[in-house]
Design a protein around this ligand. Sequence first.
Ligand code: 13P
Length: 264
Amino acid sequence: MADSPTPPRRPLISGNWKMNLNHLEAIQVVQKLSYRLSSAETDAVEVSMHPPFTSLRTVQTIIGSDDLPLALGAQDCHWEDAGAFTGEVSAPMLAKLDVAYVIVGHSERRQLLGETDEMVRAKLGAVLRHSMTPILCVGETLEERDAGTTLDKVASQLRSALDGVSPEAVRAMVVAYEPIWAIGTGRNATPEDAQEVAAAIRAGVGKAAGQEAANFVRIQYGGSVKGSNAAPLLAQPDIDGALVGGASLDPDDFAAIVAAQAAC
Ligand code: 13P
């Protein structure tokens, strides 16, 4: 944890829809969510929505035409700007759609799709080159937690991803701590465990990019966050928001998480 006074960090609640909802369903979810969020909540808390690529343009249009206080996010991107990469989507394509946040290194991509630390670093670089904000995901498996190597694992993912990134860029980015064993399982880390790792991430950012970056970087917790369990997690001093999967598909539940954050 930082020695110097902690600056105010605007919390960020992000909805990662993963591979769910077509573009018509996306319209309904975004509109319902917008009715459920008060202006006091969206003044206090930044909210980003990360639909699949096929719905980005649709969600961008609703946000723009209805002037909604929501940021548009993507779930991934390729590290090259263009080229022969069938099926991939590049950072400049996302930037052109007013995407503000891009999730990088989600554990599902690392585990199921073979994404390496090197690929994650290259993707982070692409997001920054195109003036968007990366949400860098780090987290341990259950085996690593049981073996007591959680902090080593997270530190090494962080070191690798931040290698060569300027302190100014690190300061503005977001790191999501997502213990893999808590994703989609209904189990979440205790608030104390999540705080311990978030504090270690902040210290790791300090080592990689200096104290100023550590003070400002926002750290989210992710893994089975719901309206009913969010408050004590979000109240932790080093946790500045949540990266929400399943509950972000339900506007009522997602709005309850935003409300819990606004009440912190
Ligand atoms: P769940 O909230 O469904 O556990 O997913 C968490 C996650 O992976 C968000 O990126």
